[in-house]
Design a protein around this ligand. Structure first.
Ligand SMILES: Nc1ncnc2c1ncn2[C@@H]1O[C@H](COP(=O)(O)OP(=O)(O)OP(=O)(O)O)[C@@H](O)[C@H]1O
Length: 258
């Protein structure tokens, strides 16, 4: 569905600009859950923004359904990191979802069903008439997820969406996201620097090296039924392998920062 070929991204003018990404190639299948994993500054957000169509490539190509990506479109939706910021504070829970459905031109006759279905999935059906300010941080995050998925974009792009949450709420969000993803068949590209989070969620993990000229060091299949337990041997072996790959990269990135 998404084909990335030999992508290069330079910030600033060449020569002399900063080469953020170099030689990135990957095919992302419809319905796949792909995690982009790497240390801070390796270019994960840059790659995600390119997939969204927010950033242009300097060389190489990104194709969506066989056509070059030229700017953002409604089939690929970015889910922003900052919980709550994208919710409209003057609208209730259900009105926030309705607003998104209207903006995406989902037929009005489907709104009630969709709103009930997605709010139920995130346990917010009993809070439909509350305003965002009356919800906890975790509830707001769940509302954001329900709203993003309710419009059923074919590809959902998520940039460290749960980084600010505490461990227990984050696990709950993982379960909710996995459940909705399995039911909807949507494609998800999810950025994280947390190895355990990538193993818990992904079908495949693309591990990125530190920049400049960041690229994929390895693309790994994650096996095992969900929910995955970090305590089981396959997951812990994978964790150790990824850590072995990333430790020298993190050191390099720290050296670069001085
Ligand atoms: N607009 C820009 N102009 C110049 N350099 C940029 C720009 N945006 C990002 N960069 C640089 O490109 C590199 C990759 O940045 P990016 O934000 O994609 O990394 P990241 O892996 O998402 O980092 P983090 O995990 O810290 O968010 C960094 O070195 C960053 O400083």
């Amino acid at each position: 569905m998404l084909e990335v070929r030999n992508l290069r991204k330079v910030y600033g003018e060449e020569p002399g600009g900063y080469v953020a990404l170099e030689g990135i190639s990957i095919d992302i299948a419809a319905g796949e859950f792909l995690c982009l994993l790497g240390p801070s500054g390796c270019g994960k957000s840059t790659l995600l923004n390119i997939l969204a169509g927010f950033e242009e490539v300097s060389a190489g190509s990104v194709m969506f359904d066989g056509r070059p990506v030229k700017g953002a479109d409604r089939d690929r939706m970015m889910f922003f990191q900052d919980a709550g910021s994208a919710l409209l504070p003057w609208l209730t829970v259900e009105e926030n979802v309705r607003f998104a459905l209207r903006a995406r031109r989902v037929p009005r006759s489907q709104w009630d069903d969709i709103i009930t279905r997605y709010l139920s999935m995130v346990d917010l059906n009993n809070h439909r008439t509350k305003f965002p300010a009356e919800l906890s941080g975790g509830m707001r995050q769940r509302l954001q997820i329900a709203r993003a998925l309710a419009v059923e974009p074919r590809v959902l792009l998520m940039d460290e969406p749960f980084a600010a949450l505490d461990a227990m709420i984050r696990r709950r969000m993982h379960a909710i996201l996995t459940d909705i993803w399995q039911r909807s068949g949507q494609t998800i590209v999810f950025v994280t620097h947390d190895i355990a989070e990538a193993i818990a969620l992904a079908d495949r993990i693309a591990i990125m090296s530190v920049g400049p000229c960041s690229s994929f060091m390895k693309i790994m299949d994650v096996k095992g039924a969900r929910p995955r337990d970090m305590g089981d041997p396959a997951s812990s072996a994978m964790f150790a392998e990824i850590e072995r790959l990333l430790t020298p990269e993190i050191r390099r990135s720290e050296e670069r920062l001085g």
